[in-house]
Design a protein around this ligand. Structure first.
Ligand code: SF4
Ligand code: FES
Length: 198
């Protein structure tokens, strides 16, 4: 039996699991983007960061296991600030994504009014130089599902910095693709779409 606290309430868990799974068992909401229960933890998007009381760094709930005596805060000021920053970066990258806007609304990020944002948020969402936008949040789910389920590598992340993107090898239809559509199924922003060719 593992005894721990989440947001000041004591819980007991019989099995080893992640903080995210433990929180979900008790309807405690933690946002996720790069997490999928059928895939290996990745811990890349950082939107699920929570506070482990007594530790300086926030930790990813999707990739951290519960432990005896652990005290977790999922809704503290530090967590909110980190979540807000991650969502502001995502909104700056994907301003047309209804899914990311809905997530920001659900977790109380005031992105719809410039005057309610702090200077960093105002810059990221309203003043940063415009470029070609995408709805891809680079969660890597499409790449990982392809590797882990059909065990193919029909997609990969290429490029650097703001130019990073997901594409098939050399930007052409991949021979490795078996048309299973799992990439479209897992994409949290509906960026991957499927069309038949030939
Ligand atoms: S295309 Fe979708 S699943 Fe793939 S990295 Fe982008 S947001 Fe994630
Ligand atoms: S959902 Fe945990 S790091 Fe992405």
């Amino acid at each position: 039996m593992i005894n721990m606290e989440i947001n000041g309430t004591e819980y007991q868990f019989e099995n080893e699991m992640t903080i995210l799974e433990a929180a979900r068992q008790h309807d405690i909401k933690i946002p996720t983007l790069c997490y999928n229960e059928y895939l290996e933890p990745y811990g890349g998007c950082r939107i699920c960061l929570v506070e482990l009381v007594g530790k300086a760094q926030l930790i990813p709930a999707c990739a951290s296991k519960i432990a005896e005596g652990m005290k977790i805060e999922t809704d503290s000021e530090r967590v909110w600030k980190s979540r807000k920053f991650v969502l502001e970066l995502l909104l700056a990258r994907t301003p047309d994504s209804e899914e990311i806007k809905a997530l920001a609304d659900e977790f109380g990020i005031p992105h719809r009014e410039e005057s309610r944002l702090d200077p960093v948020g105002q810059y990221l969402l309203y003043r940063a130089p415009k470029r070609e936008f995408t709805n891809c949040v680079l969660c890597n789910l499409c790449v990982r599902v392809c590797q882990e389920i059909p065990q193919r590598s029909a997609l990969s992340v290429v490029g650097r910095g703001v130019g990073r993107k997901v594409q098939p090898p050399f930007g052409k239809a991949a021979d490795a693709c078996i048309g299973c559509q799992s990439c479209a199924y897992v994409c949290p922003t509906n960026t991957v779409t499927v069309r038949e060719v030939g």
